[in-house]
Design a protein around this ligand. Structure first.
Ligand code: M6R
Length: 418
């Protein structure tokens, strides 16, 4: 049932191209860029009259919501609030029946998300769901559902459901933009076409490498149960530079992440940095690492580092920086340049930077120890590509530490208590 993979998580990471393809299938015309969403009992008129979108979700789904805010606000010029579902009803939210509630949930059964949905409905809002399970509780109560056709997700750590949620949010943002007339037909077609290229881009970076399957050469030494050893007994991180960047043969993404896991699996802390829409991906990278490897990790907006957390940086701290850019988008380029300055602040304090960058960026690899490249894409679609190396990095670190990747301690796949 794991289709030859060692873990469900690895299988599900590799299923992402299909999950994204199936989530867009039949919803977008590649001739015109128009979006078609079936079975919504929210009319175009209601979408036009909407004053805001209120997103409520938990965990990884909340991270998708944070990224969705950037998509909807940028394309549809509609304000978006994003709440932890577990907090929503405790802040006595201001009622506005013209606000549309959006619940994002893989399982559709998360008690906190259902409670937020009940609160939204009680305040007079219609609710939409982005959900992976047809017929689940959240979909039964919603005025419409965009199903993420990721297929059953078994690993407790969400992977393919997350990228499918990002895809569904992008489709929704495009739909809202078309209905509200905030986007030109040319832009619509361009973005729809770019969305349709994502699965093959993902396939190219995942490009099934022999080391991914059970029984094949692992490429690196066998996993060590480092998690069992007390922190003081763990070996210190090897000194910089580990590798001659220029002479090292090209590695597949999977091999690259295995290599990084070998170097960094003994770290006690990790930091993940990003700006704008990349900040939620930094949060997601940190959550993946925490939940399956039990390493303390924090996601932080890159520009906030100088307001406190720079004090944490030393030579024992791996810092994963999302520094991708869309060269056709001036705001993306500006953000990238600011992120480069933040990276320099980290390297100046001997932090160990692993950058996630866009193919063709030859500048960044001269600044940092390690660079993982992803294919180029429009700014709002980059998150779907850049989260994949973070998932694989967390996976390989957890495997090296001897952790139970698919069933992490203290966690359940579906959290049905508040
Ligand atoms: O089923 P849901 O999307 O509502 O679940 C929400 C969270 O419990 C879930 O995303 C959790 O954070 C995952 N274990 C993260 O990998």
């Amino acid at each position: 049932e794991k289709a030859g993979y060692k873990h469900f998580m690895l299988k599900e990471i590799n299923e992402q191209p299909r999950a994204i393809r199936d989530t867009t299938l039949g919803r977008i015309s590649l001739d015109t860029g128009r979006v078609f969403l079936d079975n919504l009992s929210i009319t175009d008129e209601e979408f036009r009259a909407a004053t805001q979108i209120t997103i409520a979700a938990c965990g990884t789904s909340w991270h998708a919501g944070l990224a969705g805010k950037f998509m909807i606000e940028r394309l549809a010029r509609l304000p978006v609030d994003v709440d932890y579902a577990s907090e929503y009803r405790y802040r006595d939210p201001i009622a506005d029946p013209r606000a549309i509630g959006l619940l994002i949930t893989q399982s559709g059964e998360t008690a906190d998300t259902l409670a937020a949905q009940a609160e939204l409905i009680a305040k007079g809002s219609k609710t939409l769901a982005i959900c992976n399970v047809v017929g689940s509780a959240v979909t039964r109560r919603a005025s419409g559902t965009i199903t993420t056709n990721a297929g059953p997700e078994i690993g407790v750590a969400s992977t393919k459901a997350f990228t499918a949620q990002l895809t569904a949010l992008f489709v929704l943002a495009l739909h809202l933009a078309q209905v509200r007339d905030t986007i030109s037909p040319e832009q619509s077609l361009h973005l729809a076409t770019e969305l349709s290229h994502l699965p093959s881009k993902l396939e190219s970076i995942l490009a099934l490498h022999s080391s991914t399957k059970v029984g094949m050469s692992e490429g690196v030494a066998a996993p060590t149960p480092a998690a069992a050893a007390p922190a003081s007994a763990r070996t210190p991180l090897p000194p910089f530079p580990f590798i001659e960047r220029r002479t090292r043969p090209r590695l597949s993404l999977d091999e690259h992440c295995q290599h990084l896991a070998k170097l960094f699996h003994n770290a006690n802390n990790f930091l993940f940095l990003g700006r704008g829409i990349h900040y939620p991906i930094a949060l997601e990278g940190a959550l993946k690492l925490k939940e399956i490897s039990y390493i303390h990790a924090e996601g932080y907006p890159a520009g906030e580092m100088k307001h406190g957390p720079n004090a944490l940086i030393d030579e024992s701290l791996p810092v994963v920086c999302i520094a991708t850019k869309d060269p056709n988008d001036p705001s993306s380029v500006l953000k990238y340049e600011k992120t480069l300055s933040n990276i320099q602040e980290v390297t100046a304090r001997s932090g160990r930077v692993i950058a996630i960058a866009t193919q063709g960026d030859d500048e960044i690899c001269n600044l940092v120890e390690h660079t993982i490249y992803i294919p180029p894409a429009p700014e709002l679609l980059l998150p779907i590509l850049e989260v994949v190396p973070l998932q694989l990095l967390a996976y390989h670190i957890a495997v090296r530490r001897g952790c139970d990747v698919d069933q992490p301690r203290n966690l359940a796949k579906s959290v049905t208590v508040e």
